[in-house]
Design a protein around this ligand. Structure first.
Ligand SMILES: NCCC[C@H](NC(=O)CCC(=O)O)C(=O)O
Ligand SMILES: NC(=O)OP(=O)(O)O
Length: 315
């Protein structure tokens, strides 16, 4: 595997899930694979899980890690080709990505969307610039439209917990006070569409995900109907794709409640975290034995460790 930016970079998703479980069973089995290799992690945005789980995975593989909060500590970057740089941005991505590539064997990048210009966000300019310009493998630590490290961890978690070959997995939109990216929802849909699970997306009208991400998944605007018989409830907020980056009025009643969970087949509750208690999900649900959010976050180590192992093996 050359890069880990989107599922098209992954030759075999099922094998990568298995690799994650193998890494989890024996975390240090490949501790010499990354010896004397350097991972550079660039954060344009905040992180807890991604930052720590990726460092932990790199250490398990014997790599050295350098982390930089480029969003706050780096020069302001220009991404437009041909820009006359007479404004506030001091450095072009053409130099910046190529320079980081001089110091790194693998680069991880987190860069959220601006949520103002849909075309620009969905062109994935930041992460794709690194792919083209850095000269080394790139790992997507959540880009404008995707979060593959999260989605792979989610699939590993479902693999561990499913009690039937073809579980019903429901991605439900849930309320939030801020306009959030579609990346986690997009990515979850994109990866779930690669399985043969019974996959349903439920969201209020106006919140349908981009067609290229929801693919052939069932979409219903009736949340209770979606919850019926579900084995997994995956909650996430996202801002509107149609009215790009907007929060549409109403829909506070889309909170995942204990009452709605009763409609499911004793479903596990999932969320990528961080989660707003009392807004996205009731305490009674996230504090219940059916909540698997901590196991899910723990699996972030094995997901990125599996991806990095594949990249190191191909170097
Ligand atoms: N990496 C996991 C999710 C990150 C981000 N959430 C957030 O920004 C939540 C912020 C808040 O709750 O204020 C998102 O939805 O893409
Ligand atoms: N789930 C996730 O990516 O968490 P962080 O934003 O804290 O890294």
């Amino acid at each position: 595997m050359k890069h880990f930016i989107n599922p098209a970079d992954v030759p075999n998703v099922q094998e990568l899930i298995e690799e994650g479980l193998t890494q989890k069973a024996n975390p240090l089995a490949s501790r010499n694979l990354g010896k004397d290799k350097t991972l550079v992690l660039l954060f344009f945005n905040s992180s807890l899980r991604t930052r720590l789980s990726t460092q932990k995975a790199a250490m398990n593989l014997g790599m050295n890690v350098m982390v930089m909060n480029v969003g706050s500590d780096g020069w302001q970057l220009e991404f437009q080709d041909g820009a006359v740089m007479n404004g506030g941005k001091a450095e072009h991505i053409k130099e910046a990505a190529a320079v980081v590539g001089q110091y790194a064997d693998i680069i991880g990048v987190r860069s959220f969307p601006g949520l103002e210009d849909r075309e620009a966000d969905y062109a994935e300019l930041v992460i794709e610039s690194f792919r083209q310009l850095a000269g080394v493998p790139i790992i997507n630590l959540e880009s404008a439209t995707r979060h593959p490290c999260q989605s792979l961890a989610d699939l590993i978690t479902i693999e561990e917990l499913k009690t039937k070959a073809r579980p019903k997995v429901v991605l439900t939109w849930a309320p939030h006070l801020r306009a959030l990216p579609q990346a986690v929802g997009n990515s979850f849909a994109e990866w779930l569409n690669l399985t043969d699970y019974d996959f349903v997306i439920t969201n209020p009208e106006g919140y349908d995900l981009a067609p290229e991400y929801r693919g052939g998944a069932k979409v219903t605007h009736n949340q209770e109907e979606a919850f019926e018989g579900a084995d997994f409830i995956y909650a996430k907020n996202w801002s509107s794709y149609e009215q790009y980056g907007q929060i549409l009025p109403g829909n506070e009643d889309w909170i995942v409640s204990a009452e709605k969970m009763k409609l499911t087949d004793n479903a596990k509750f999932m969320h990528c975290l961080p989660v707003r208690r009392g807004v996205i999900v009731e305490d009674a649900v996230i504090d219940s034995p059916n909540s698997v959010v901590i196991q899910q976050a723990g699996n972030r180590v094995w997901s990125v460790q599996a991806a990095m192992k594949k990249i190191l093996e191909a170097m």
